[in-house]
Design a protein around this ligand. Sequence first.
Ligand code: HEM
Length: 179
Amino acid sequence: MRRVSQRSVERRNSHLLEHSEHMSDQQLRDEAMTILIAGHETTANALAWTLFLLAQQPEAERKLQDEIAMLHELPPTANVLARVPYTEMVIKESMRLYPPTWIVPCLAISDFELGGYPIHRNSIVFTSPYTMHRHPHCYPNPERFVPERWTPEPEKLLPRYAYFPFGGGPRVCIGNDSP
Ligand code: HEM
């Protein structure tokens, strides 16, 4: 499966290769708009939901504040995430419960079968991080906000695509920083 936008991207890329070695003003504008729109609302939503959850979990909020406070005593480096593991766990757990992109449409590029259901070429299949992220087989007490789920050991046990707030495959979000 590929994202619906794949066709337009391929068309645009082949046009670029055939007709020019650089982007036109229109293409450049379109690329800039994609980055702006794809990166702005998603990040804002992730932060808003994180604050919403923390407002209901004073203990998690205190732990996060303590971790952030320690940063002031250290020299700033680019690798900030390695120094704020609890903060990262909080954000992951927030995006598990409230993934900013709660549904990701994909275009089937060939006939195939999924869980016993035939999927026909050119069908649009909706995948939902929101639904998957609340699957009780993967996440015990799925409705509860538990940042500790994201300590390395339990995370390693998760099946592939049990967590996909940034989508997956060739169209995975370019803002995704996780391994
Ligand atoms: C919490 C923040 C974000 C979330 C939850 C998010 C989520 C997503 C998702 C679900 C997709 C679709 C992936 C797929 O089709 O499988 C996507 C695509 C994309 N995202 Fe993000 N995103 C975030 C931040 C950003 C940022 C900060 C940028 C850029 C600075 C960005 C740029 C893009 C672009 C350009 C695509 C399209 C990639 C392509 O089709 O080749 N995103 N994002």
